[in-house]
Ligand binder design. Structure first.
Ligand SMILES: Nc1nc2c(c(=O)[nH]1)N[C@H]1C(S)=C(S)[C@@H](COP(=O)(O)O)O[C@H]1N2
Ligand SMILES: [Mo]
Length: 161
């Protein structure tokens, strides 16, 4: 019986791990899965978010560093058509938020955008997490999407007329 329980646990383990993953999609449609452990290995930032009268300190990597995995223009490369690139963030409940890539680059703007995996030093509960976008400096927390599951880069630039 114990062996059966162990076998079931092992069989379910990859599924459980996948539920923590976030899917990244590059501008060419290339998909990459990022596991929680990979996010935890990136440099971290702390951002305080106030929502409905409560303040919490969220921490996690900068979203632009996470997007490095599928290639994202930043620094001096963030010019010309790259300035018309956006990132579409989707959550498990269907909530969606779009940001311009230029908003994510600390070389462009000082307000940070993080993909938080911890709130007040603890993992974010499944009801809000395990990943939450946190957009520093927004006057309302509406763009700070909870339960982030997919992050897609889209190049919107049109050819010059
Ligand atoms: N996935 C998801 N994220 C979301 C929302 C939502 O409906 N779904 N609502 C947004 C809005 S409008 C607000 S005000 C904040 C509320 O944050 P809180 O749940 O930490 O209070 O979450 C934002 N993130
Ligand atoms: Mo809101």
């Amino acid at each position: 019986m114990k062996l059966l329980a162990l076998a079931l646990l092992l069989a379910a383990a990859p599924l459980a791990a996948a539920a923590q993953d976030v899917v990244l999609v590059g501008p060419d449609g290339r998909e990459a899965r990022v596991a929680a452990a990979e996010l935890a290995a990136l440099p971290r930032a702390e951002v305080t978010l106030e929502a409905h009268g409560e303040r919490h300190v969220y921490s996690g990597p900068l979203l632009i560093d996470v997007l490095g995995k599928v290639g994202v223009p930043r620094g001096p490369a963030l010019r010309g058509p790259a300035l018309a690139s956006v990132v579409l963030i989707s959550a498990r409940d269907g909530y969606q938020v779009a940001l311009a890539v230029a908003e994510l680059d600390p070389a462009m703007r000082s307000a940070r955008v993080i993909l938080a995996d911890r709130a007040d030093g603890r993992p974010i509960p499944q009801t809000d997490g395990p990943l939450r976008l946190v957009v520093e400096g927004d006057l309302r927390p509406a763009r700070s999407a909870r339960m982030v599951s997919r992050i897609e880069l889209r190049a919107l630039a049109q050819p010059k007329p």
